[in-house]
Design a protein around this ligand. Structure first.
Ligand SMILES: [Cu+2]
Length: 220
C-alpha cells in the first residue's frame, strides 16, 4: 500500500505548495492539542487533578483564554494570507476560459482568437487513466502567469485540479476568475466537483502543461 495516497497530491503550483505547508502546520497544532487533552482526560479519570477547595481561579481563566486566542491567530493569519494570494493576479500573459456543460468541459483562448473546443471523456478501455482521460486536453504553458476564467452554460459545475490547488465554481451567467502558475511540464488531472447531474462523474479535466514556445506554436 502506498501511504502517499492518504495525503495531498504533490503541489505543482505555488498555491498548492503553500496549501500543503499550511495543512502540515495546522495538523501539527491539532495533533499537539489532541495529545495534551488526552493526557489531561487521562489524569482526570485517575482523579489526579481534583481539588475540592478550588471554586475559581482568575489566573487559570486568563491563561485558557489567551493561549487558545494565540493558537487561533497562528492558524488564521497564514490561512488568510493564502486566501488572498490565491485571488491575486499578477500580469497574466495568457487567459484561458473554461466552460462547464452537462457533461463536458470546453476551453476557449479568448485573447488568442482560438474558438471554443470541447473536451469530452474518452471511453476506450485501453487508456491508462480510467475516467480521467479526455479527447482534447486543455493546453497551458508552464512557468507562465495564466488567468483562468470559469463559467457554465447550464448548471453549477466546479473546475478542480488538486495538484494545482484550484477548485473554482463554474456558475451560469457569471464569470469566476483564478490565477494559475504551473511549475512543471506534465499532465494534471481533475474532476468536476459540484454535483451537476447524471454524468457528473464523467466530465474529467486534463491539463497538459507544455513549454511556452510549444504553446505559442500550438496556438498558431
Ligand atoms: Cu459538472
Amino acid at each position: 500500500m502506498k501511504w502517499i495516497k492518504f495525503s495531498l497530491p504533490d503541489g505543482h503550483s505555488p498555491t498548492m505548495e503553500q496549501l500543503i505547508f499550511f495543512h502540515d502546520h495546522t495538523m501539527s497544532i491539532i495533533i499537539s492539542i489532541t495529545i495534551m487533552i488526552s493526557i489531561l482526560i487521562n489524569s482526570l479519570i485517575k482523579n489526579n487533578l481534583i481539588n475540592l477547595n478550588l471554586t475559581e481561579h482568575q489566573m487559570i481563566e486568563t491563561y485558557w483564554t489567551i493561549i487558545p486566542t494565540i493558537i487561533l491567530f497562528m492558524i488564521a493569519i497564514p490561512s488568510l494570507k493564502i486566501l488572498y494570494s490565491m485571488e491575486e493576479l499578477i500580469n497574466p500573459s495568457v487567459s484561458i476560459k473554461s466552460i462547464g456543460h452537462q457533461w463536458y468541459w470546453s476551453y476557449e483562448y479568448s485573447d488568442k482568437n482560438i474558438k471554443e473546443y470541447d473536451s469530452y471523456m474518452k471511453y476506450d478501455k485501453e487508456n491508462n487513466f480510467r475516467l480521467l482521460e479526455v479527447d482534447n486536453r486543455m493546453k497551458s504553458p508552464y512557468l507562465t502567469q495564466t488567468r483562468m476564467i470559469f463559467t457554465s452554460t447550464d448548471v453549477l459545475h466546479s473546475w478542480t485540479v488538486p495538484a494545482m490547488g484550484i477548485k473554482m465554481d463554474a456558475v451560469p451567467g457569471r464569470l469566476n476568475q483564478s490565477s494559475l502558475m504551473i511549475k512543471k511540464p506534465g499532465i494534471f488531472m481533475g474532476q468536476c466537483s459540484e454535483i451537476c447531474g447524471t454524468n457528473h462523474s464523467f466530465m474529467p479535466i486534463m491539463v497538459e502543461s507544455i513549454k511556452l514556445k510549444k504553446f505559442i506554436e500550438w496556438l498558431n
